[in-house]
Design a protein around this ligand. Structure first.
Ligand code: PRP
Ligand code: ZN
Length: 285
C-alpha cells in the first residue's frame, strides 16, 4: 500500500506542535536529529522534515502530498495548493517595526522609507493598499538587525512573543497579516492517498473535538434534574442514574469549553453537588 507523504517543519516554531498533533492521532514514528524522512510505525504515512519556506512548493509539485505550514509562509509563497483546515496553533502576526526611539503617527510615516523583509509579496500588497511608496529590501533571515546596521529604516517580520523586537530595540507599528498553522494538500491526490487523508482527518477531528469538550459528572436532587439536563444537552442527551441516596441522581454528560464556567455556575446554582470534570481524549460522533 502507498504512503501519504506529510511535510512538516524540520526545526522552528511549528515543528514541536506538528509532531504533537500527529502523535495525538496515535501515529508514532522514529525521530532523531538530522533525519529527513521517517515512516510511521502504525499508519500509512511518511513524514518529510523540511524548511517551512520550501513546504508549499513541494506540495504544489506533488513531491509531498500534504503539509503543515504557517499561513504567512503559504500566502507569501503564492503556490497553488488546497487548504484543508486551519490548525489553531503557531499563531503569529506579520508586522512592521521601527527603532523604538522614533515617533510614529500613521502609516504615512513609512512613505519614502526603506523596509527590510523576507515577506516582499505580503508587504508590497499592504503598501499598495495604503498608497505608500517605500523601498523593499528583501533579505532571507535576521531581518531584525537591518535598522541597527543601517540597511533599512524599518522591518516587516513575524512577531510572536515580541521578544525578538524587544531585544533589537524595535517597536511594532503596523500589523499587516495574522497567521496560524494550516494543513495543506496537493490538489490532485490519487484516490488511494485521499483515502489515507480521510482516515487521518477522522482522527484529527476526533482529537480536536475532544480538546474543546470535557466530561462532566455530578450529583443532583431529583427536583433539579430538569433544569440541569436543559443546561447539559450532551451529545444526544445526558445519562441519568439513581443514587443509593433517596431522591438523588447522578448525571453524566459532556460540556463545551467555550461557555464552560457559566454553565458550571448555573448547574451549581440549580442544586448540583460533587461536580467532577474530566478531560476527554477522543470524541467521535
Ligand atoms: C520569526 C521572526 C523572528 C521571530 C519572532 O522567525 O523572524 O525571528 O520569529 O518571534 P518572537 O516575537 O517570539 O521573538 P520564524 O520563527 O518565522 O523563523 P524562520 O523565518 O527562520 O522560519
Ligand atoms: Zn522559515
Amino acid at each position: 500500500m502507498g504512503k501519504l507523504k506529510l511535510a512538516i517543519q524540520k526545526k522552528g516554531r511549528l515543528s514541536e506542535k506538528s509532531i504533537e498533533l500527529i502523535n495525538e492521532c496515535d501515529i508514532s514514528f522514529p525521530s532523531g536529529n538530522g533525519r529527513l524522512t521517517s515512516k510511521a510505525y502504525d499508519f500509512p504515512i511518511e513524514i518529510l522534515f523540511l524548511r517551512d519556506d520550501d513546504i508549499p512548493g513541494y506540495i504544489e509539485d506533488g513531491v509531498a502530498d500534504i503539509g503543515i505550514v504557517g499561513e504567512n509562509v503559504l500566502v507569501e509563497s503564492a503556490k497553488k495548493v488546497d487548504v484543508i483546515t486551519q490548525l489553531g496553533f503557531s499563531r503569529c502576526r506579520l508586522s512592521i517595526a521601527i527603532p523604538r526611539g522614533e515617533t510614529y503617527r500613521s502609516v504615512k510615516d513609512l512613505d519614502g522609507k526603506s523596509i527590510a523583509t523576507s515577506y516582499p509579496r505580503l508587504l508590497s500588497k499592504y503598501l499598495e493598499e495604503n498608497h505608500i511608496q517605500a523601498q523593499i529590501h528583501e533579505i532571507s533571515g535576521s531581518v531584525e538587525i537591518a535598522p541597527n546596521i543601517g540597511l533599512a529604516d524599518a522591518i516587516c517580520d513575524i512577531v510572536s512573543t515580541g521578544s525578538t523586537l524587544l531585544s533589537n530595540g524595535l517597536k511594532e507599528v503596523e500589523e499587516i497579516f495574522n497567521s496560524q498553522a494550516v494543513l495543506i494538500s496537493y490538489p490532485h491526490l490519487s484516490n488511494e492517498k485521499r483515502e489515507i487523508l480521510d482516515k487521518l482527518m477522522f482522527r484529527l477531528t476526533s482529537v480536536r473535538k475532544a480538546k474543546k469538550t470535557k466530561y462532566i459528572l455530578l450529583n443532583a436532587p431529583n427536583e433539579s434534574l430538569d433544569k440541569i439536563i436543559s443546561l447539559l444537552p450532551g451529545i444526544n442527551s445526558p445519562t441519568v442514574q439513581s443514587l443509593a441516596k433517596e431522591g438523588w441522581s447522578s448525571v453524566h454528560s459532556v460540556i463545551n469549553e467555550h461557555d464552560f464556567w457559566e454553565k458550571i455556575e448555573q448547574i451549581k446554582a440549580a442544586g448540583a453537588e460533587g461536580i467532577l470534570i474530566m478531560p476527554i481524549e477522543k470524541l467521535i460522533y
